[in-house]
Design a binder for this molecule. Structure first.
Ligand code: UD1
Ligand code: UDP
Length: 379
């Protein structure tokens, strides 16, 4: 009898990071029946990823609501996942990272009695307010997980220090690198065509240094985003030789201040979120990145791009240690001074633009499947 896998996710980054694992499990269809369930905590931004990786979900809970809140989203996920678990009765449920989907799906699967497999386990700041609510989501998921797939030794050590058993943990690298290698090869293939890339080619000013910006963290909503926008405005005004391209996250708490404060500035292009292939294509073209994104911090070192991270804490110390990432918080002076250092000081720029990949070698999904195979041999 085949073992039943249910892979559950809801947001853009989870989809990017789960896509390689879905394809890896589908290669092993003799041993596993693998189904995909999306909560659709995100809608458009999730669908963009599903299209690129050619993933057709078996269950689509379609839960996103405009400007949703954590209370409704959490309870909707739990109530709507129950019938899916009762229908498919998975042996293993896979959740990723630290979103509300991750935590609520892990909890529902625990209630149901499926084994919970946590991908990207063990990242920690040990500050429940930063990132909020992600630090709580991942700690709760750890408590519920039977198997923990840690991207790095640092994340494994966090889990060991919290009392997780060594044999429940497998260090895999991050599946984001599996996705990135696949994506970069595809977008650079001579016959690849992409309307968003054609559009980007039209708006990029080749005589200027390109700064790529993204941001969405809940703890930066409000004052944090106002300071971020003021910093970007000042950088753009004082450096006419720079072009800032900012694909703006669809969360209204981000979109509203960003469009209000940064529209109409000549060398700032505010655009809609890009589909994954166009985004990684643009990352390759960028001189530097300013972001509060987790995934972007993991991808950029592979492409040799310095990253300024607009957060006070990090659960990804590896890139800071190798020197490709600097934390600047949402402090205006710090965002501006570190950006100017990278624009003006070639030595500092080259120190940060090393192509070092602390997050993996592109084989994380293979390792996850191998590990699960071993567990099932013992069942
Ligand atoms: C969520 C995750 C965060 C993750 C981020 C990745 C939680 C609590 N937050 O934050 O951990 O890092 O995704 O981007 O799990 N929206 C759309 N279309 C979309 C996506 C979002 O319109 O495709 C708008 C909707 O109004 C939605 C709002 O954004 O209600 C907020 O979405 P939500 O998933 O709750 O929060 P994010 O800020 O996206
Ligand atoms: N990304 C994308 N389009 C964009 C911006 C980002 O496809 O316009 C990708 C990016 O390559 C990375 C992921 O989305 O893989 C990061 O998502 P996000 O920053 O929303 O979430 P986080 O990683 O912080 O949870």
């Amino acid at each position: 009898m085949k073992l039943k896998n249910l892979i559950i996710f809801g947001t853009r980054p989870e989809a990017i990071k789960m896509a390689p694992l879905i394809h890896e499990f589908k290669k092993n269809s003799v041993k596993f029946e693998t189904r995909v369930c999306i909560t659709a905590q995100h809608r458009e931004m999730l669908d963009q990823v599903l299209d690129f990786f050619n993933i057709k979900p078996d269950y689509d809970l379609n839960l996103m609501r405009p400007n949703q809140n954590l209370y409704n989203l959490t309870s909707d996920i739990i109530l709507n996942l129950k019938p899916v678990l009762e229908d498919f009765k998975p042996d293993f449920v896979y959740v990723h990272g630290d979103t509300t989907t991750t935590m609520a799906a892990a909890l529902t699967s625990f209630y149901h009695g499926s084994k919970v497999c946590h991908i990207e386990a063990g990242l920690r700041t040990y500050n429940l307010q930063s990132p909020f609510p992600e630090e709580m989501n991942r700690q709760v998921t750890t408590v519920l997980a039977n198997f923990n797939f840690a991207p790095t030794e640092t994340s494994k050590n966090n889990l060991i220090n919290e009392g997780r058993s060594e044999k429940s943990i497998c260090v895999t690298g991050n599946t984001v690198i599996d996705a990135l290698f696949y994506g970069i090869e595809k977008v650079n293939a001579p016959n690849y065509t992409d309307a968003q890339i054609d559009y980007l080619k039209k708006i990029i000013k080749n005589d200027k240094k390109l700064i790529l910006v993204t941001g969405h963290r809940r703890e930066n909503h409000g004052g944090g985003f106002i300071r971020i926008c003021e910093s970007l405005k000042q950088i753009a005004e004082q450096h006419p030789d720079v072009q800032i391209i900012y694909p703006v996250h669809l969360n209204p708490n981000v979109k509203k201040p960003v469009y209000e404060l940064l529209s109409g500035i000549d060398n700032i292009s505010l655009i809609a979120p890009l589909a994954y292939p166009a985004f990684i294509w643009l990352m390759e073209k960028a001189h530097l990145l300013i972001t509060d994104s987790g995934g972007v911090q993991e991808e950029a070192p592979s492409l040799g791009k310095p990253v300024l991270v607009m957060r006070d804490t990090t659960e990804r110390p590896e890139a800071v240690t190798v020197g490709t990432v600097i934390l600047v918080g949402t402090v205006k002076e710090k965002i501006i001074s570190e950006t100017e250092r990278l624009l003006n000081d070639e030595h500092a720029y080259h120190q940060m633009s090393k192509v070092i990949n602390p997050y993996g070698d592109g084989k994380a999904s293979e390792r996850i499947v191998e590990f699960i195979m071993k567990q099932t041999d013992e069942l």
